[in-house]
Design a protein around this ligand. Sequence first.
Ligand code: 9MR
Length: 451
Amino acid sequence: MISHSVPPARRARLGGGARAALIVGALSAASIVAAMALQNTATAASTLGASAAERGGRYYGTAVPANKLSDGAYTTILNREFNQVTPENEMKIDATEPNQNQFTYGPADQIVSYARSRGMRVKGHTLAWHSQQPGWMQQMSGSALRSAMLNHVRQVATHFRGQVFAWDVVNEAFEENGSRRNSNLQQTGNDWIEAAFREARTADPNAKLCYNDYNIDNWNYAKTQAVFNMVRDFKNRGVPIDCVGLQSHFTGGSNYPSSYRTTLQQFASLNVDVQITELDIRNAPVDAYRNVTNDCLAVSRCTGITVWGVRDSDSWRSSENPLLFTGSGAKKPAYDAVLAALNNGVIPTATAPTSSPPGGGGCTASISAGTVFGDRYNTNVAVSGSNNWTVVIALPSPQRLQSNWNATVTADGSGLVLTARPNGNGNNFGFTTYFNGNTGGRPTIRSCTAG
Ligand code: 9MR
């Protein structure tokens, strides 16, 4: 719809005058849809963070080490492009509790105040992990380690309460084959992960609590399935978990998988946010960076993308040149691809269009928009012309019916065609639909049949 009028590459280069001429042309062709697309282009954001923010309040962030905050070339890019920050090492266990019960927050606080004073969100990383444990913790086991871990979670989450929007509560707890990683924490009991999440919720009830891991990008991979099953189990049992982070280090031989969007959608279907938390891609290929961006935009609960460093020279894998800026701070082709993908993204709409059915069925059903929640929304339907009706409604894929009221509503085998009949509660009924990643689509009435 957008590109049939002006190809994206050309739109990106259009000056104001050319844009105005095109808008007039589009309007004279009475193409309201094209005009709306062009208006979006006219206000296209010029930085990653600003553009992500326009895409449903998403963020585009980066890992930040405290020692780079005095590098002017670095902070110029950081301040200009990013609206979210993850401390690269400064909130890890060895950094924040180097000796048992002695907490040090200096470098982490420095990053937090730097970011927050510039309006950037901060994600905490990470409360419980088998790696980067201080020496004293590495030597612990059993109930002493369990208590020390929970104390660490409580103390650190309390210190940063109100300052971080989310925490990686537990990091990298699974093996590649889908079994639990056999760490000292795992040996304290299989429930150590949920214990950490419960402790974090108590310490900071307003932070989103995330599970974070690498190699959970390919939907058809044992580790991805294992993490999915754990999150589903946590949701079923009421363990507090709000988000899943896909690190997405496509470096060191791991590639962007074609099932990536499916993986994001599947996690989102469990009623958790998904985030891309540590993105870097070997040699920064334009296509893979664009695909990751588009995949996130396609899933309403994909709330943000964080790259694991600003310039190639800042990367933990700098020899692979996996980031969006060169060592000298120049934008790479992958940067342009990401920004263009963000700017071309669909702006989520929270309002449902009114629909009316084709005539001739002896009744009329009209739709009006109801409340929109995070992962689902309500639709109201009013029927006139008959008190004994059958209304058929189509849902946009992959949305699904969650519940309904004031009518009997059944979904067909595809889940996408609903049939509603009166249940004695009059002619106004409604239903709730899961977005399942499609936040823009709304139901349409297919028919209303009386009798
Ligand atoms: O980028 C981090 C690097 O500076 C550290 O030396 C390393 C130590 O483990 O951790 C790196 O960040 C890791 C992150 O915390 C968790 N996922 C993998 C990241 C890359 O190793």
